[in-house]
Ligand binder design. Sequence first.
Ligand code: URA
Length: 207
Amino acid sequence: MPALARLKAEIRTCTRCDALVRCRTQPVPGAGEAPAAIAFIGIAPGRFGGDRTGTPFSGDRSGKLLRTMISREGLGSVFITNLVRCNPRDEQGRNRDPDATEIANCREHLKAELAIVRPRVIACLGLMAWRELAGRELAFDPVHPKPVQSNGAMLFPMYHPAYVNRGAYSIRNYRRDFRRLARLVQDVIPRLRKGCSWNDVRGHSLE
Ligand code: URA
């Protein structure tokens, strides 16, 4: 079995987080091409999206916006995943952010996915993904993005699509940000032939 299929099968049987095992419908491994030029990293599968469909960023408004932007820019070679692979809910059954332990428990899965996908650019969708990959001391500024060069890849900060869907950021600016991402990919692909592995990404939280 290919490495990514093996990893997906392993993720689908994960029971590491008691609270998530109780509220999830299913674990949701990353999906897309491997290898891929770009990896998009969100937070966790949404209750009305990935938790239901089994595919990250699908079946809900966040997924629709992200996938529309990807196809609008012709970003064909992509892998889409999350910090955490199960849908976290609060006691009222609403989406909540994963906690630090849940992120730590799922880190091995993210590492393993990146090691197989070896992206040239990692688009961090929102502050949580940025902090996990770039570390806390680097400002999260998708409006004036400063991609961080690691040995084998560039980390690129972007707003999470849910932030745009809430009206907190304009679609027009989000389109511009995706155009910038597309340009960055064009620029770095010839230079970063190998793509990154987890050890190339030097965020504090990863050490
Ligand atoms: N769907 C995902 O897969 N991840 C998110 O962060 C939000 C919605």
